[in-house]
Ligand binder design. Structure first.
Ligand code: SF4
Ligand code: SF4
Length: 362
């Protein structure tokens, strides 16, 4: 019988809806019994006549656990691919159930030790909000107290931002600019269906609101010698850290050989193109290729921008960019990163010359 202690919903998802349990490959099972006695959830029973492990209560199995398979001496236990669990974790309601559980059990789960953080907590004010399209907000945050700011950081780093007035966990956002004297930072917030921070930002945030941020964090920073040509590849709002890196290079290493490939799903998703135009105006050595999978006919690019209908990988293949000697900086959704890194490797760029940065949750 399934045991109600073990068949409770998994982060809000009814256990019966989750396909996760072991399967014994009988031919390979030598009947050692390790899995049967080793599983504390009584998933297995033992067939004493045939000396075989038998899965009797599959719903008792803990989602994501593979202990019995790992300890089986003959590899006789199989599980479904973990990708099914990962796609459940990607659902907003599952992420929120985990967040609610952490917050609700704070006293039980909080670790009381303290590791000193090299970063800092800063109180900020929402100073400007731009809405270039339905799915992106361009937000400028300024320090509440002069001097208590993100005046020093390495372009490409990110900050952790809290939703004001809630106990929810912070979300990570790349700083989309090089450091400024006034300590202000720009964030590019994308709409995430069901995302809590994105819901606050798109529906309730207004100029003058306070927000708490911690940072700067992250190592997606420039680490290439100045004589190396650079390739920047951005997907969607992966443009934010890339923009910070490009701004830095335009200041510190003008005339450097740089290529930016920026890809979106639909051409109307491009935002901040005025900034791209201003860069190109300032430094003709910066080459820009924009890639949109759909909608090319509806959008007018300014003169001199390369445009490709397709993904960033299509652009890397077809836009006539010499890739081999470049150091690459790639930021975007995880799926895009995998394909781009494979393409760059195929083009001969060494793995140690490819730096990547992935999206967080909203
Ligand atoms: S651990 Fe492997 S070999 Fe041993 S009983 Fe279980 S399935 Fe069979
Ligand atoms: S995966 Fe873990 S919970 Fe599931 S049957 Fe094996 S040991 Fe038990």
């Amino acid at each position: 019988m399934p045991d109600p202690r073990f068949t409770k919903p998994w982060h809000g998802v009814p256990r019966e809806q989750i396909h996760w349990n072991p399967t014994v490959i009988e031919e390979a099972c030598i009947g050692c019994g390790t899995c049967v006695t080793g599983c504390s959830r009584l998933v297995y029973r033992f067939d004493f006549d045939r000396k075989k492990a038998v899965v009797v209560d599959p719903l008792n199995c803990m989602v994501g656990c593979t202990t019995c398979a790992n300890t089986c001496p003959t590899n006789a236990i199989a599980f479904p691919p973990l990708s099914g669990v990962f796609s459940l974790e990607a659902r907003p309601e599952v992420r929120h159930a985990i967040e609610d559980d952490l917050v609700g059990r704070h006293d039980e789960l909080a670790w009381s030790g303290r590791i000193p953080h090299p970063d800092r907590l800063v109180e900020l004010t929402v100073a400007e909000v731009g809405r270039p399209n339905a799915n992106v907000l361009l937000v400028r945050l300024t320090p509440k107290v002069k001097g208590e700011c993100f005046c020093q950081f390495s372009p490409g780093q990110y900050v952790e931002l809290w939703i004001p007035g809630t106990a929810y966990l912070s979300r990570a956002y790349s700083i989309a600019n090089a450091p400024r004297e006034d300590g202000s930072i720009d964030l590019q917030i994308r709409r995430v269906e069901g995302g809590r921070l994105s819901d606050w930002a798109f529906n309730r945030m207004k100029i003058g609101d306070s927000a708490r941020a911690r940072g700067p964090v992250g190592s997606f920073t420039m680490r290439s010698p100045v004589d190396r040509p650079l390739l920047f590849v951005a997907g969607g709002t992966g443009f934010a850290p890339i923009a910070a890196l490009i701004e830095q290079q335009l200041k510190l290493a003008p005339q450097r050989d740089m290529v930016l490939v920026w890809g979106v799903a639909e051409e109307k998703d491009f935002y901040d193109l005025d900034r791209v135009d201003a860069w190109r105006e300032r430094d003709k050595n910066l080459r820009v290729v924009l890639a949109a999978e759909r909608g090319r006919e509806s959008y007018c690019f300014s003169q001199g921008l390369g445009a490709v209908t397709g993904t960033v990988v299509d652009a890397l293949r077809s836009a006539g960019i010499a890739l081999t000697n470049r150091h690459a900086y790639v930021a975007g959704p995880p799926k895009m990163l995998t394909a781009v890194v494979a393409e760059l490797r195929r083009a001969g760029i060494r793995p140690e010359d490819i730096h990547v940065d992935a999206f967080g949750v909203g």
